[in-house]
Ligand binder design. Structure first.
Ligand code: GUN
Length: 291
C-alpha cells in the first residue's frame, strides 16, 4: 500500500483564508480588529523563527500583531508586569508566551498569569481543566490542527482506536482529550510503555509526538492506519553538502508510507496547521470578548 499524503500546507492555507474572511467581517460589521501579542524571552534561534512566522501570518490575516522581545535576563517580575498589562489591553485578544522560557523563569507561574480568555495557547490551568471536563475552552493549537486534519481525512472518528505517542502538556495530553471528546478509544503511550509496537499495531489513528527522529517504523503500523506526525527533528545531511541538515518527523516516513492509509509529511504536515489554529483561536477570543 502507498499512503495518501495529507497536505497540511494546503489545508492550513484554507484555514487561514477562512480566518482572514472572518476578520474582514469583524472589521466591517463590528469595527473590531483581533489582536495577538507574542512574547519572546531570549534568543533561542528556533523560537525566533516561530515568532517571526507568527507575526507575519497574523498581519497577513488582517489582524493586529504585537511583538514583545525581551532580554534573556528579564526578571520574572518584569515579565509578569508585561503580561498584566497585556491582560488589560482591550486591543489584545490573544497572548502567547513562546516556550521554552529561560531556566530562571517559572513556566507554570508565567502561563497561569495570562488571563484564561486570552490564553490562545490553551495552556492555562483553567483551560486544561475545561478541556478535560468537556467544557468550552481555548484548545492548544498543535493538537487542534491534528484533529482538523484527522476529521478532514476520516470524517467521524467515533469508535476508532487512537494511540498518542508522547505525554507532553503541549501535545500528547490535550491530543488525547480531543480524541476522547470525538469518541475515540484512546491510549497514551510513552517512553515507559511496554511493547509499543503491539500497542501501535492496534491503532486506526497514530499521533506521534515523542521528539525522537524516525522513531516509529512502518512495521509497527496497522495496514491502512492514519498517521499524524507531530515531530520536527533536524538531522545532519552530509549528502546535501557540508553543514547541511534535513527535517524529519517522529515517524520513519519511507517505511510508514508503505503501510499507512494516509500520513502527514514533515515538513508540510502538522507544522503549518499550528499557526493557522493560533490565528483561529485569536479570532475566537476576540468574538468571545465582544459577546
Ligand atoms: N513552543 C513550541 N511550541 C509552542 C506552542 O505551541 N506555544 C508556545 N507558546 N510555545 C511553543
Amino acid at each position: 500500500m502507498t499512503a495518501q499524503i495529507i497536505d497540511g500546507k494546503a489545508f492550513s492555507a484554507k484555514v487561514r483564508g477562512q480566518v482572514a474572511e472572518h476578520v474582514t467581517r469583524l472589521k466591517a460589521d463590528h469595527g473590531l480588529t483581533p489582536g495577538l501579542a507574542v512574547v519572546l524571552v531570549g534568543e533561542d534561534p528556533a523560537s525566533q523563527v516561530y515568532v517571526r512566522s507568527k507575526g507575519k501570518q497574523t498581519i497577513e490575516a488582517g489582524m493586529a500583531s504585537f511583538e514583545h522581545k525581551l532580554d534573556a535576563s528579564t526578571s520574572e517580575a518584569d515579565l509578569l508586569a508585561l503580561i498584566d498589562q497585556l491582560n488589560t489591553d482591550p486591543a489584545v485578544h490573544g497572548i502567547l508566551v513562546q516556550l521554552p522560557l529561560p531556566d530562571h523563569l517559572d513556566e507554570a507561574l508565567v502561563i497561569n498569569s495570562i488571563a484564561p480568555e486570552k490564553d490562545v495557547d490553551g495552556f492555562h490551568i483553567s483551560n486544561v481543566g475545561l478541556l478535560a471536563t468537556g467544557q468550552k475552552s481555548m484548545v492548544p493549537c498543535t493538537p487542534l490542527g491534528c484533529l482538523m486534519l484527522l476529521r478532514d481525512q476520516l470524517g467521524n472518528l467515533s469508535g476508532l482506536n487512537a494511540v498518542v505517542i508522547g505525554r507532553s502538556n503541549i501535545v500528547g495530553k490535550p491530543m488525547a482529550q480531543l480524541l476522547l471528546r470525538d469518541s475515540c478509544t484512546v491510549t497514551i503511550a510513552h517512553s515507559r510503555t511496554k511493547d509499543l509496537a503491539a500497542v501501535v499495531r492496534g491503532a486506526d489513528i497514530v499521533v506521534a509526538a515523542v521528539g525522537r527522529p524516525e522513531f516509529v517504523p512502518g512495521d509497527w503500523l496497522k495496514p491502512g492506519a492514519t498517521v499524524i506526525d507531530v515531530g520536527i527533528n533536524r538531522l545532519d545531511a552530509p549528502e546535501k553538502g557540508e553543514g547541511k541538515t534535513r527535517l524529519v518527523g517522529d515517524v520513519d516516513f519511507a517505511s510508514a508510507s508503505e503501510v499507512a492509509g494516509a500520513i502527514t509529511p514533515v515538513p508540510g504536515g502538522v507544522g503549518p496547521m499550528t499557526i493557522a489554529c493560533l490565528l483561529a483561536n485569536t479570532v475566537t477570543a476576540c468574538c468571545r470578548a465582544n459577546g
